[in-house]
Design a binder for this molecule. Structure first.
Ligand code: SF4
Ligand code: SF4
Length: 519
C-alpha cells in the first residue's frame, strides 16, 4: 500500500510464554507481554493491511511508536570490534603463566600439570611493552594486564609479581592507567594474598561451594582437600575489603545444590558477584569421567538459586544469559584477545593455552621471536578468527538470544559441533535461551501496568519499567542510579540521575509509588 503509515523499525522476536507471547527487541532493549491479538496487529502492519480504528489499537500503536519499534530509528547492529583486515593493536594482554597446577580438579579443561611449562620473563616483558606501545600509539589512556588459565598463575609467582611491578612503573612513566586482573584457585599463603590486595584490581576465584563439594571436585594434586585454605584466603580478602568474584563449576554432582551454595557463599564471604557455569566435558573430565549436568536440571536449579541470591541481595550470573551484553561476539576470541601461552605462542582463547592443544591450529595465531624480541602475527589466522561472529552463523539467525549469547563460546562450539559457522547441533542453546528468557521476563513483567488510582492501563517505557522494578526490590535511590549506570554505560551519571528523579515523580503521580521522599 502506498504511503502506509506504519513501519516496523526493529528486529522483533516473538517468544511463546505460558498462554501469551513475549515480544522482544534486543537492540531497542524493549520487552513486553502481548496476546495473540497484538501479534495479529503486527502481522497486519507487516503486510501493510488496514488496521481497526479502535481506541485500544490506537493506544497500542502510539505505545509502539513511543518505544521505537514502529516508525523509529533503524536498529544499530553491534559492530565488530576487530573486523577482518583491521589493524591489530591490542592494549590488553593475558599472560598464561604456567601449565602447572597445585590442584587436580576432576573437570580441568586444560588437564593442567601434565606438562610443566612456565612463561619466561623476557616474553612477559615484551608483551607488556607492546601493549603499552599500542596504547600510546592509539591514544588510549590505559592498559589491562590479565593473568589466567591453563594452570595456576600464582605458581609462577616471580614472573607474576615482576610483570605487575614492571607494568606499574612503565604505565606511570607514560601517564597511563593500569588495570590488573587475576583468575586463581587461591591456594596461596597470606603473604601472597597481601601482595594481591595491594597490586591486583579485580580477581576471579574458582571455588565450588561447601567443603564436601570443593574437596571432591577440586582436590590438591596429592589428593587432599583444598577447602580450608581457600576459605582462609577469601576471609583474608574480606577483612581487607578486596574486590573479588567467585566462579563455581556446576557438575552432575553439585547441580542440585546450587541454592545451598548460594546460601553458603552469602553466609561466608563478602563477594557479591558469583558465576555458576555448567561443566563442559574436556581435558581431565574425559579421563575421570566426571559428568556434565543435564541441561534441564541446570535450568531448573539455576532458576531457584538465582531467586535465592536475589532474596539475599546478591547477583548470580551465568555467562549464557547476559542480556546486558549486546554484541556479535561472545568473548574476545574472534580476533581481539592477545594471550601469551607459557611456551611463547599467541592464543585467542583461554582454553587453548599451549602449542600442542588439538585446537591450536585454529586459535594460535602468532609467536614470540626471541631474536627480534617481538611478536610475529599471522594475519591470515587472525582474520579467520575475526569471522567468528554471530551474524555469520545462519543457525543463530532467528534466535532471540543472538545478540546476548552471541553464538556462545567459540572453542566449545567448535569442539562440540566441529564448525563454528556451519553448526547443526544445539550446544548449550536450550540453557542459554531459557535463562535469557527469564531475564527478559524480569523486564517484561512491568511493561503494562494498571494504575492504582484510575481505571486505566499504563504502558511504561523500558527505563521506567526498570526503575519501578528496582524500587519494588527495595533498592534506595542511589543504588537505582548505580544499576541504571551499569545498564546504560554510554549515558552520563548526571543524565541518569535526572531521568530517575523524573520517573520516580511520575510513578508517584499515577499512584504506583506512595512516598518517594524516603527512597
Ligand atoms: S572461546 Fe570460550 S574459552 Fe575461549 S576465550 Fe572465548 S569464552 Fe573463553
Ligand atoms: S542460543 Fe544457540 S542459536 Fe541462539 S545465539 Fe546462542 S548459540 Fe546461537
Amino acid at each position: 500500500m502506498a504511503n502506509y503509515p506504519y513501519q516496523i523499525t526493529t528486529e522483533l522476536f516473538q517468544i511463546p510464554h505460558e498462554d501469551t507471547f513475549l515480544l522482544y527487541s534486543p537492540l531497542k532493549r524493549v520487552a513486553f507481554r502481548v496476546n495473540e491479538a497484538t501479534i495479529d496487529l503486527l502481522v497486519r502492519i507487516q503486510r501493510q493491511e488496514e488496521l481497526p480504528q479502535t481506541p485500544s489499537v490506537q493506544k497500542t500503536l502510539t505505545f509502539f511508536e513511543e518505544i521505537g519499534i514502529l516508525n523509529g530509528e533503524p536498529d544499530q547492529r553491534p559492530a565488530h570490534a576487530a573486523p577482518p583486515g583491521s589493524e591489530f593493536r591490542p592494549t590488553t594482554v593475558t599472560l598464561f603463566l604456567t601449565s602447572e597446577c597445585n590442584l587436580g580438579c576432576v573437570y580441568c579443561y586444560a588437564n593442567a600439570g601434565v606438562q610443566k611449562l612456565f612463561l619466561s620473563w623476557d616474553i612477559a616483558k615484551a608483551a607488556i611493552d607492546w601493549v603499552i606501545e599500542n596504547a600510546r600509539a592509539t591514544e588510549k589512556d590505559k592498559i589491562l594486564l590479565d593473568f589466567h588459565g591453563g594452570g595456576e598463575p600464582t605458581l609462577c609467582w616471580d614472573v607474576l609479581t615482576r610483570s605487575v611491578e614492571y607494568a606499574e612503573a612503565e604505565t606511570q612513566k607514560y601517564g597511563l592507567k593500569l588495570d590488573v586482573s587475576l583468575a586463581s584457585n587461591v591456594m596461596i599463603n597470606h603473604k601472597q594474598a597481601q601482595w594481591i590486595v595491594e597490586h591486583v584490581h579485580s580477581m576471579t576465584v574458582s571455588m565450588d561451594g561447601m567443603q564436601d563439594i570443593q574437596d571432591l571436585q577440586r582436590p590438591t594434586v596429592a589428593g587432599n582437600g583444598s577447602f580450608e585454605r581457600v576459605v582462609s584466603i577469601l576471609k583474608f580478602f574480606d577483612t581487607h575489603d578486596f574486590n573479588y568474584g567467585i566462579r563455581a563449576t556446576i557438575t552432575h554432582y553439585n547441580v542440585e545444590r546450587m541454592t545451598e551454595m548460594v546460601e553458603f557463599f552469602a553466609a561466608t564471604f563478602k563477594a557479591t558477584q558469583w558465576n555458576f557455569e555448567p561443566m563442559f566435558a574436556a581435558g581431565r573430565a574425559l579421563v575421570t569421567g566426571s559428568p556434565e549436568p543435564f541441561e534441564e536440571v541446570f535450568i531448573r536449579e539455576f532458576r531457584r538459586a538465582r531467586e535465592r541470591a536475589k532474596e539475599l541481595g546478591r547477583n548470580l550470573a551465568y555467562s549464557g544469559n547476559m542480556i546486558e551484553r549486546i554484541s556479535n561476539t561472545f568473548c574476545g576470541a574472534p580476533g581481539k584477545n592477545f594471550s601469551i601461552t607459557p611456551d611463547g605462542y599467541i592464543s585467542a582463547c583461554h582454553e587453548v593455552n599451549k602449542a600442542t592443544d588439538p585446537k591450536a591450529n585454529l586459535f594460535i595465531y602468532g609467536e614470540y621471536d626471541p631474536e627480534k624480541k617481538t611478536f610475529v602475527i599471522h594475519t591470515d589466522k587472525l582474520d579467520r578468527l575475526r569471522t567468528f561472529t554471530v551474524d555469520q552463523v545462519e543457525y543463530c539467525d532467528g534466535c532471540f538470544a543472538k545478540w546476548h549469547c552471541a553464538g556462545d563460546c567459540v572453542v566449545k562450539v567448535v569442539k562440540t559441533t566441529g564448525d563454528y559457522h556451519k553448526r547443526t547441533s544445539e550446544y548449550r542453546c536450550q540453557m542459554n535461551r531459557e535463562l535469557t528468557k527469564d531475564r527478559i521476563l524480569e523486564l517484561a513483567n512491568h511493561r503494562i501496568m494498571v494504575s492504582l488510582e484510575e481505571d486505566d492501563v499504563f504502558l511504561l517505557n523500558p527505563t521506567a519499567a526498570q526503575v519501578h522494578q528496582l524500587v519494588e526490590q527495595g533498592y534506595p535511590r542511589e543504588a537505582i542510579i548505580d544499576e541504571m549506570c551499569s545498564f546504560y554505560p554510554e549515558m552520563s551519571r548526571d543524565v541518569i540521575e535526572a531521568d530517575v528523579g523524573e520517573i520516580l515523580a511520575d510513578l508517584a503521580e499515577i499512584g504506583m509509588l506512595s512516598d518517594i521522599s524516603t527512597l
